[in-house]
Design a protein around this ligand. Sequence first.
Ligand code: CDP
Ligand code: MG
Length: 138
Amino acid sequence: MQKTLSIIKPDATERHLVGEILAYLEKNGFTICGLKKIQLTKKQAEGFYAEHQGREYFERLINYMISAPVVVAVLSRENAIRKYRELMGATDPNEAAEGTIRKLYALNKTHNSVHGSDSEETAMQEIAYFFSDDEIVE
Ligand code: CDP
Ligand code: MG
Protein backbone atom coordinates (compact mmCIF):
# COMPACT_ATOMS: atom_id res chain seq x y z
CA MET A 1 0.00 0.00 0.00
CA GLN A 2 1.25 3.48 -0.83
CA LYS A 3 2.47 5.65 2.05
CA THR A 4 2.67 9.39 2.60
CA LEU A 5 3.91 11.69 5.35
CA SER A 6 1.50 13.87 7.24
CA ILE A 7 2.42 16.59 9.71
CA ILE A 8 -0.13 18.10 12.05
CA LYS A 9 1.37 21.55 12.35
CA PRO A 10 1.74 23.85 15.40
CA ASP A 11 -1.48 25.82 14.91
CA ALA A 12 -3.42 22.55 15.10
CA THR A 13 -1.50 20.91 17.96
CA GLU A 14 -1.84 24.12 19.98
CA ARG A 15 -5.61 24.14 19.47
CA HIS A 16 -5.86 20.46 20.55
CA LEU A 17 -7.00 19.31 17.11
CA VAL A 18 -4.69 16.27 16.91
CA GLY A 19 -7.34 13.69 17.82
CA GLU A 20 -9.96 15.27 15.57
CA ILE A 21 -7.63 15.38 12.56
CA LEU A 22 -6.38 11.81 13.08
CA ALA A 23 -9.99 10.62 13.39
CA TYR A 24 -10.86 12.45 10.15
CA LEU A 25 -7.96 10.74 8.39
CA GLU A 26 -9.09 7.29 9.60
CA LYS A 27 -12.69 8.05 8.62
CA ASN A 28 -11.41 8.82 5.13
CA GLY A 29 -9.71 5.47 4.68
CA PHE A 30 -6.16 6.18 5.82
CA THR A 31 -4.34 3.77 8.12
CA ILE A 32 -1.90 5.29 10.62
CA CYS A 33 1.32 3.23 10.31
CA GLY A 34 3.61 5.48 12.34
CA LEU A 35 2.96 8.33 14.75
CA LYS A 36 4.89 10.63 17.06
CA LYS A 37 4.81 14.07 18.61
CA ILE A 38 8.06 16.01 18.31
CA GLN A 39 9.44 19.49 18.87
CA LEU A 40 11.30 20.39 15.66
CA THR A 41 14.64 22.15 15.98
CA LYS A 42 15.38 25.08 13.67
CA LYS A 43 17.87 22.90 11.78
CA GLN A 44 15.33 20.09 11.37
CA ALA A 45 12.64 22.47 10.11
CA GLU A 46 15.05 24.16 7.69
CA GLY A 47 16.21 20.77 6.39
CA PHE A 48 12.66 19.56 5.92
CA TYR A 49 11.66 22.68 3.96
CA ALA A 50 15.06 23.10 2.23
CA GLU A 51 13.50 23.48 -1.23
CA HIS A 52 11.67 26.60 0.01
CA GLN A 53 14.88 28.36 1.08
CA GLY A 54 15.01 31.87 -0.38
CA ARG A 55 11.23 32.32 -0.66
CA GLU A 56 9.79 35.41 1.00
CA TYR A 57 7.81 33.21 3.41
CA PHE A 58 10.73 30.91 4.40
CA GLU A 59 11.66 32.54 7.71
CA ARG A 60 7.99 32.92 8.67
CA LEU A 61 7.42 29.25 7.86
CA ILE A 62 10.42 28.05 9.91
CA ASN A 63 9.56 30.21 12.93
CA TYR A 64 6.02 28.92 12.79
CA MET A 65 7.07 25.25 12.46
CA ILE A 66 9.22 25.47 15.61
CA SER A 67 6.69 27.52 17.61
CA ALA A 68 5.08 24.42 19.18
CA PRO A 69 5.32 20.61 18.85
CA VAL A 70 4.08 18.87 15.72
CA VAL A 71 2.67 15.39 15.18
CA VAL A 72 4.26 13.45 12.33
CA ALA A 73 2.40 10.47 10.90
CA VAL A 74 2.94 7.86 8.21
CA LEU A 75 -0.37 7.23 6.43
CA SER A 76 -1.16 4.38 4.09
CA ARG A 77 -3.99 3.64 1.66
CA GLU A 78 -4.39 3.16 -2.09
CA ASN A 79 -3.15 6.32 -3.85
CA ALA A 80 -2.29 7.72 -0.43
CA ILE A 81 -0.26 10.65 -1.75
CA ARG A 82 -2.89 11.99 -4.14
CA LYS A 83 -5.82 11.17 -1.84
CA TYR A 84 -4.22 12.87 1.13
CA ARG A 85 -3.35 15.98 -0.92
CA GLU A 86 -7.04 16.09 -1.95
CA LEU A 87 -8.26 15.66 1.64
CA MET A 88 -5.80 18.30 2.86
CA GLY A 89 -7.00 20.97 0.42
CA ALA A 90 -5.26 23.98 -1.11
CA THR A 91 -2.33 25.63 0.70
CA ASP A 92 -4.42 28.76 1.30
CA PRO A 93 -7.58 27.84 3.26
CA ASN A 94 -9.46 30.58 1.39
CA GLU A 95 -8.98 28.50 -1.74
CA ALA A 96 -9.54 25.09 -0.11
CA ALA A 97 -12.61 23.05 -1.07
CA GLU A 98 -15.43 22.28 1.37
CA GLY A 99 -14.73 19.27 3.56
CA THR A 100 -10.96 19.51 3.28
CA ILE A 101 -8.83 19.62 6.42
CA ARG A 102 -7.50 23.07 5.60
CA LYS A 103 -10.99 24.44 4.91
CA LEU A 104 -12.15 22.99 8.22
CA TYR A 105 -9.22 23.96 10.43
CA ALA A 106 -6.54 26.17 8.83
CA LEU A 107 -6.17 29.78 9.97
CA ASN A 108 -4.33 31.23 6.96
CA LYS A 109 -1.82 30.34 4.22
CA THR A 110 1.07 29.91 6.69
CA HIS A 111 -0.84 28.52 9.67
CA ASN A 112 -2.55 25.88 7.58
CA SER A 113 -2.77 22.98 10.06
CA VAL A 114 -1.30 20.13 8.00
CA HIS A 115 1.49 19.07 5.65
CA GLY A 116 1.36 16.31 3.05
CA SER A 117 3.98 14.90 0.68
CA ASP A 118 3.48 15.88 -2.96
CA SER A 119 5.08 12.96 -4.89
CA GLU A 120 6.34 9.40 -4.40
CA GLU A 121 9.90 10.65 -4.25
CA THR A 122 9.23 13.31 -1.60
CA ALA A 123 7.02 10.89 0.38
CA MET A 124 9.90 8.42 0.69
CA GLN A 125 12.36 11.17 1.63
CA GLU A 126 9.98 12.80 4.12
CA ILE A 127 9.02 9.53 5.82
CA ALA A 128 12.71 8.66 6.21
CA TYR A 129 13.35 12.17 7.58
CA PHE A 130 11.28 11.38 10.67
CA PHE A 131 10.90 7.60 10.95
CA SER A 132 13.23 4.61 11.06
CA ASP A 133 11.96 1.37 9.50
CA ASP A 134 11.14 -0.19 12.88
CA GLU A 135 8.85 2.74 13.73
CA ILE A 136 6.54 1.96 10.82
CA VAL A 137 4.10 -0.94 11.07
CA GLU A 138 1.78 -2.28 8.38
O1 CDP B 1 1.97 22.67 2.08
P1 CDP B 1 1.77 22.78 0.59
O2 CDP B 1 2.49 21.69 -0.18
O3 CDP B 1 0.34 22.90 0.21
O4 CDP B 1 2.43 24.19 0.15
P2 CDP B 1 3.92 24.58 -0.27
O5 CDP B 1 3.82 25.50 -1.42
O6 CDP B 1 4.77 23.35 -0.45
O7 CDP B 1 4.47 25.44 0.96
C1 CDP B 1 4.89 24.82 2.16
C2 CDP B 1 4.33 25.61 3.33
O8 CDP B 1 4.90 26.91 3.34
C3 CDP B 1 2.82 25.86 3.28
O9 CDP B 1 2.06 24.76 3.71
C4 CDP B 1 2.69 27.06 4.18
O10 CDP B 1 2.71 26.70 5.56
C5 CDP B 1 3.97 27.84 3.85
N1 CDP B 1 3.72 28.89 2.83
C6 CDP B 1 3.50 30.20 3.25
O11 CDP B 1 3.51 30.47 4.47
N2 CDP B 1 3.27 31.20 2.33
C7 CDP B 1 3.26 30.91 1.01
N3 CDP B 1 3.05 31.91 0.13
C8 CDP B 1 3.48 29.60 0.57
C9 CDP B 1 3.69 28.61 1.51
MG1 MG C 1 4.54 21.28 -0.41
